[in-house]
Design a protein around this ligand. Structure first.
Ligand SMILES: CC(C)(COP(=O)(O)OP(=O)(O)OC[C@H]1O[C@@H](n2cnc3c(N)ncnc32)[C@H](O)[C@@H]1OP(=O)(O)O)[C@@H](O)C(=O)NCCC(=O)NCCS
Length: 163
């Protein structure tokens, strides 16, 4: 494994919202939704302080992870590392930061969940490689019908209107 990039990890904050959105939009394997609108992330970070992180190298985002919990289980989202910086241990460090933060909130590692797209074989392999086991559920999840989720450009528009 290469280990040559100098980078630092900071708490994810919304002062770089547009950069975060650009980074996620340019990363394969992530599915964005209105959960990623400025307002919804603001609520999420308020409810889950000091649990989501970015990795910065030369002032550029090279990695992200969003993390929250409901008091019983922890959830990891949007783990991403910029292509040129992969296989340097950055994702593992981001995950470990979240696990440590969740532990402080009373959530043990075995109560942490990750949602991975069926089509994202590389990520499925990654999570298994770092010690997560795939769960085989005998139930499905339901939610109330809601209007069609906004497309990402609409999320951008919401942000533009806020300025
Ligand atoms: C998945 C991803 C975050 C991994 O980032 P990374 O920084 O390269 O991962 P790390 O360098 O921390 O890897 C940690 C370990 O996992 C291994 N690994 C990394 N990618 C792997 C893969 N696709 N398959 C299997 N193992 C993998 C590394 O070799 C390393 O192993 P080691 O510690 O035993 O040497 C990155 O490939 C990515 O951003 N993918 C696109 C976004 C995505 O799919 N995110 C996941 C959404 S659920």
């Amino acid at each position: 494994m290469r280990e040559n990039t100098k980078y630092q990890i900071f708490e994810m904050k919304l002062d770089i919202y547009q950069e975060l959105l650009d980074f996620w939009q340019h990363t394969e394997g992530l599915r964005l939704s209105d959960d990623d609108s400025y307002e919804n992330l603001q609520t999420y970070f308020k409810r889950n302080p000091e649990l989501s992180f970015i990795a910065l190298a030369e002032n550029q985002i090279i990695g992200t992870i969003k993390c929250g919990h409901d008091g019983r289980r922890g959830y990891l989202h949007h783990l991403a590392v910029k292509k040129e910086f992969r296989k340097e241990g950055i994702a593992r460090e981001l995950v470990n930061r979240c696990l440590a933060g969740l532990e402080k909130n009373g959530i043990s590692d075995d109560k942490v969940r990750v949602f991975v797209l069926d089509t994202n074989q590389a990520a499925l392999n990654f999570w298994k490689h770092i010690g997560f086991a795939e769960q085989d559920y005998d139930y499905r999840t339901f939610q109330m019908h809601s209007p069609v989720e906004p497309e990402l450009h609409e999320i951008n528009i919401i942000k533009e209107e806020k300025k």
